[in-house]
Write a protein of this length. Structure first.
Length: 59
């Protein structure tokens, strides 16, 4: 019976890991995809704008 107790933790972890992957894959896209993409695009645009503004405080 020692082999059963040795195999249970990896099997349980594998089942939970597969469940996590399935959940992640199922939640990709969907109704909020456009909203999430717009938020990311806006954040990238703000970062680009900050990076490209000239520094006028020269020394």
């Amino acid at each position: 019976m020692d082999y059963v107790s040795a195999l249970v933790p990896p099997v349980v972890m594998a089942v939970f890991f597969i469940g996590l992957i399935v959940t992640i894959v199922k939640t990709q896209g969907g109704a909020n995809k456009a909203k999430e993409d717009a938020a990311v695009d806006a954040a990238v645009a703000r970062a680009e704008a900050v990076r490209q503004t000239p520094n006028t405080g020269g020394a």
